[in-house]
Design a protein around this ligand. Structure first.
Ligand SMILES: CC(=O)SCCNC(=O)CCNC(=O)[C@H](O)C(C)(C)COP(=O)(O)OP(=O)(O)OC[C@H]1O[C@@H](n2cnc3c(N)ncnc32)[C@H](O)[C@@H]1OP(=O)(O)O
Ligand SMILES: O=C([O-])CC(=O)C(=O)O
Length: 498
């Protein structure tokens, strides 16, 4: 798998790979238990009935007036996106189909091989199944679904060629959006639309594209990592890949392997022990399940939904979501937090001695007084510490090698106690508490992913799950093209006076 000969194999297949391949399913015998599509089909009649009822009977009801401040203030509080799988309560945090994060950690399936381990985390595959269908999958269903994704994980040859042609100085998120939108080459939905299909059938092609995209994200993310940061290393070691897709493993394991971060199936770049390798895989599982969905108004979800409303295929739609995720006020904050923590450590930590709260407070005031934001703090909707932040911190606290010895982690933890007070005194932000991006980067850094520019790519693997699940529902429900009305300042002043 990792030899030079493999390069030849990839290139030759790229020449052949000009036809559209359908998503691979298992034989009928293996599909005796209900697969994802059949489970989804069962959920459709009830949802469609509810949609029809709301449309015909509640269409003229109002959630309140639309204020001019809403138009000028980033549409905050304006309820105008239909989103089924998750809801964000400002004072509680996210719920997925009514379940809190802790409920999901208890109820969503883990890897069967590790189901008894207390440190094993829920699988993102299980989260995707739940988000899409509203039903908790069985272990067998998740085993089959995981295998189906691994079966479809390899990238087409043209995508290897395309990614290899990009400069390694191009930001990984830009590479990711290019790669995802290029998969539109193989969109079954786009081809079917071109042929002409009724609206009622569209969702089935969208579903197939979505599964294909979710399956390929680990390989896209792995390829970007090795091309951007390890080209020289691979050349000097005659390697084609840092790891490989193991068809018996889940998305997170395969992503870890393609990053060269597993003890088996990869070059084990950082020399991880068996325990660290397994912990790293579980970190990806937790991270990807938690970041999957945050209702519909966040930039990446809304961008995906908006572009999809023009019947752009799932690849084009999610590529737009990735471009939104790449902004520093949204997903890129994960990268910004780590740069900020590393700089703070260099400035304040002397040997093994942690800084005092006062030193941290002064450091924060310097940033605020220079007009910058504290990355990883604040939120457009939440008004409490992000429960996803707490779940990521709990991951670190459960592992003494992180909680007791990792200075960056300790700094993040200490910062979360000091920063809210400083931000409250500063008096601007409506939420002085840590958001999810505050804690994730340090955990990846701990295991050896030190390339800060890369973190948001892993976010991109995860965020696909919620918005793409909703995209399938958008087509099932036949939602129309989004087209809000815009107004100019003259219209506002004419309407309400000076
Ligand atoms: C996955 C995610 O996307 S989670 C969010 C990740 N982003 C970050 O961590 C970046 C830092 N945080 C922020 O910039 C903001 O809190 C956002 C973008 C998340 C939310 O923005 P808003 O909804 O506009 O926040 P809010 O209404 O509280 O902003 C009011 C003021 O407080 C400021 N403020 C908000 N958060 C912070 C912060 N962390 N540090 C300093 N100032 C802040 C805003 O810049 C704004 O200032 P202005 O009036 O001069 O423009
Ligand atoms: O909800 C938001 O606006 C930002 C956020 O936390 C996310 O998208 O995960």
């Amino acid at each position: 798998m990792l030899s030079r000969n493999h390069i030849g194999a990839v290139r030759i297949s790229s020449l052949r790979d000009i036809s559209v391949k359908p998503v691979k399913y298992f034989s009928t015998a293996r599909r005796v238990r209900k697969d994802l599509k059949s489970t989804l089909k069962e959920a459709i009649p009830e949802k469609v009935e509810s949609f029809k009822y709301v449309k015909s009977n509640l269409g003229d009801k109002s959630f309140g007036e639309l204020k001019v401040s809403t138009i000028l203030g980033g549409m905050r509080g304006n309820r105008s996106v239909l989103w089924e799988a998750s809801t964000l309560d400002p004072n509680e945090g996210i719920r997925f189909h009514g379940l809190t994060i802790k409920d999901c950690q208890k109820k969503l399936q883990k890897s069967q091989a590790e189901a008894d381990s207390p440190l094993s985390e829920m699988l993102p595959e299980s989260m995707f199944w739940f988000l899409l269908t509203g039903k908790l999958p069985s272990q067998e269903q998740i085993n089959d679904f995981t295998a189906q994704l691994a079966e479809n994980a390899e990238l087409p040859g043209y995508l290897h060629t395309l990614l290899d042609s990009l400069p390694s100085t191009l930001h990984p998120m830009t590479q990711m959006s290019i790669a995802i939108s290029a998969l539109n080459h193989d969109s079954l939905f786009a081809k079917a639309y071109e042929r002409g299909i009724p609206k009622t059938e569209m969702w089935e092609y969208v579903f197939d594209d979505v599964i294909n995209l979710v399956a390929k994200l680990p390989a896209i993310a792995g390829k970007i990592y090795q091309n951007t940061f390890y080209e020289g290393y691979m050349r000097s070691n005659s390697l084609q890949t840092l790891g490989e897709i193991n068809k018996k493993k889940d998305i997170s394991y395969n992503l870890a392997s393609l990053l060269g971060m597993t003890k088996n199936d990869s070059v084990n770049l950082k020399g991880l022990s068996e325990t660290d390798s397994s912990d790293f895989v579980n970190l990806i599982r937790l991270y990807c399940a938690l970041h999957a969905d945050h209702e519909g108004g966040n930039v990446s979800a809304h961008a995906t939904h908006l572009v999809g409303s023009a019947l752009s295929d799932p690849y084009l739609s999610y590529s737009a979501g990735i471009q939104g995720l790449a902004g520093p006020l949204h997903g890129l904050a994960a990268q910004e937090v780590l740069r900020f923590i590393v700089a703070m450590k260099e400035s304040l930590v002397k040997g093994s001695e942690m800084p005092s709260d006062e030193q941290i407070s002064t450091y924060l005031w310097d940033i605020l007084n220079s007009g910058r934001v504290i990355p990883g703090y604040g939120h457009a909707v939440l008004r409490r510490p992000d429960p996803r932040f707490e779940a990521m911190v709990d991951f670190g606290l459960a592992r003494p090698s992180i909680s007791k010895s990792d200075v960056h982690f300790k700094l993040v933890h200490q910062l979360s106690k000091v920063a809210p007070g400083v931000l409250k005194e500063h008096g601007k932000t409506q939420n002085p508490y840590p958001n999810v991006d505050s804690s994730s980067g340090v955990l990846f850094y701990h295991y050896g992913i030190t390339e800060t520019m890369y973190f948001t790519v892993i976010f991109g693997v995860s965020r696909a799950l919620g918005p793409l699940a909703q995209l399938v529902w958008d087509r099932i429900l036949g939602l129309p093209i989004e087209r809000p009305k815009s107004v100019n300042l003259q219209t506002i002043t004419n309407a309400f006076g000076k």
